[in-house]
Design a protein around this ligand. Structure first.
Ligand code: PLP
Length: 289
């Protein structure tokens, strides 16, 4: 990485300290924005098509017609990586509704704010160290997940207050990820991760209607498990199902697969299925380059 990171703001590469957006930007005022967190391994964005599809789905849902092609978005990401001399990186690509006249009601005519932030993130896996220091400790929190009919879970927006409130509840406990339940007390997901567990010889994860963000790592892990012939169930689960599990892990773009050591103080841990899927995930990454 170069000494002074360069970020991409509205088509220009600028030093990080000068990478600013207007205080009237709706992404700042209302969280009115879509974003993606992307891993880059060996200069190649992992699961680019899935990320760009999810970004488009979020923008469609928010009616942010940014009029940028997928190729344009990709070239902004690649330019930022090149400018910072990065091959293994974390990328955050944000598209906000920009500055508009008037108040809350969105104007269909959008002049988006498009920002690419990058930082160095060496890959884990067989040749590297995982990006997490230790297995996760999960704690069920009182904050419930926002229902799908309030904010659809498939939208990955700048509004992370649900997750922020959930993480605040962890307070001084040793837990580092919050487990959010839905209004019926069923498991949904972590503040920034999807949850998997192994019970009765099957890999289980809350279904998309729970609701959960359709995580891209979740989708890769489900594909890998099905290809390997591991029985898979996407279902509706109680917290006790997770606490009694044989193995549990979390997934997100940054962590990839991260084993769960404890749920609500009860030891769960990793095991053969987590180890196998982690190895298959590494192989999928290595196949990129
Ligand atoms: N669930 C939530 C609420 C998240 O914020 C994230 C990622 O940040 C995930 C799940 C995992 O998604 P992905 O694997 O696409 O990173």
């Amino acid at each position: 990485m170069t000494d002074v990171p360069l970020y991409h703001v509205d088509g220009e590469l600028v030093p990080a300290a000068e990478a600013t957006v207007s205080v009237r930007d709706r992404g700042f005022l209302y969280g009115d924005a879509a974003f993606e967190t992307i891993r880059v391994y060996g200069s190649t964005p992992f699961e680019w098509d899935a990320h760009v599809d999810r970004l488009r789905a979020t923008c469609d849902l928010l009616a942010i017609d940014h009029r940028l092609s997928d190729a344009d978005l990709r070239s902004r990401v690649e330019e930022t990586l090149d400018a910072n001399d990065l091959a293994d990186a974390y990328v955050r690509l944000s598209v906000t509704r920009g500055v508009q006249p008037g108040k809350l009601t969105p104007d269909p005519d959008v002049d988006p704010t498009v920002v690419v932030i990058v930082s160095e993130l060496p890959r884990g896996g067989r040749e590297g160290r995982p990006v997490w220091d230790a297995p996760a400790t999960l704690q069920t929190v009182k904050t419930r997940r926002v229902p799908d009919r309030s904010i659809p879970a498939r939208a990955k927006t700048h509004n992370y207050l649900n997750g922020v409130l959930a993480r605040l509840e962890l307070g001084v406990s040793d837990a580092d990820e919050a487990l959010l339940l839905n209004a019926d007390g069923r498991i949904t997901e972590g503040a920034t991760s999807n949850v998997f567990f192994v019970a009765d010889d099957a890999l289980r994860t809350p279904n998309l209607d729970s609701p959960v963000l359709p995580g891209i790592t979740r989708s890769v892990v489900l594909d890998l498990a099905r290809e390997e012939g591991i029985p898979v169930e996407e279902g509706s689960y109680a917290p006790g199902d997770l606490r009694r599990a044989d193995e549990a892990f979390l997934t997100n773009t940054t962590w990839e697969l991260r084993p769960v050591a404890r749920v609500d103080g009860i030891a769960v841990g990793d095991g053969p299925v987590t180890a196998l899927l982690s190895r298959l995930f590494d192989e999928r990454v290595e196949a990129l380059y």
